[in-house]
Design a protein around this ligand. Sequence first.
Ligand SMILES: [Zn+2]
Ligand SMILES: [Zn+2]
Length: 136
Amino acid sequence: MSELANCSKCGSLYVQSFRSICSSCYKKQEEDFKLVSGYMRQKDHRMATMLDVCAHTGVEERTIRQFIREGRLLVAAFPNLGYPCESCGNMIQSKRLCAQCQRELNAEIASLTEQESTKSSTNPNRTKQSRLNQFL
Ligand SMILES: [Zn+2]
Ligand SMILES: [Zn+2]
């Protein structure tokens, strides 16, 4: 039995499978991936930035970011190819936060957990808490 679902990319109805996008979006995405990985295979493009790749392949930046985040595009050899950390804007090449922000976030989580266990009556960390929630 097949169920209908909305494609998470274009929003059109499609028969649900193991993918969250419809087959035409999937096809487009695979074409995009070929374009990007083909571009990146060329030695001259080692110093390419995100803008270069977008401009030369015509692939949307968010699609390229998605490939990087999924680990499909290996960008370790591309020092200029990354996207901004969601907290401070530094360029990163994996996950959503840079190492520095990830460390700070971990420390904040640790201190919040501590406060939680000591049950302080006032809560001066409300704003901190809501900032944290963006990443959890
Ligand atoms: Zn679609
Ligand atoms: Zn950061």
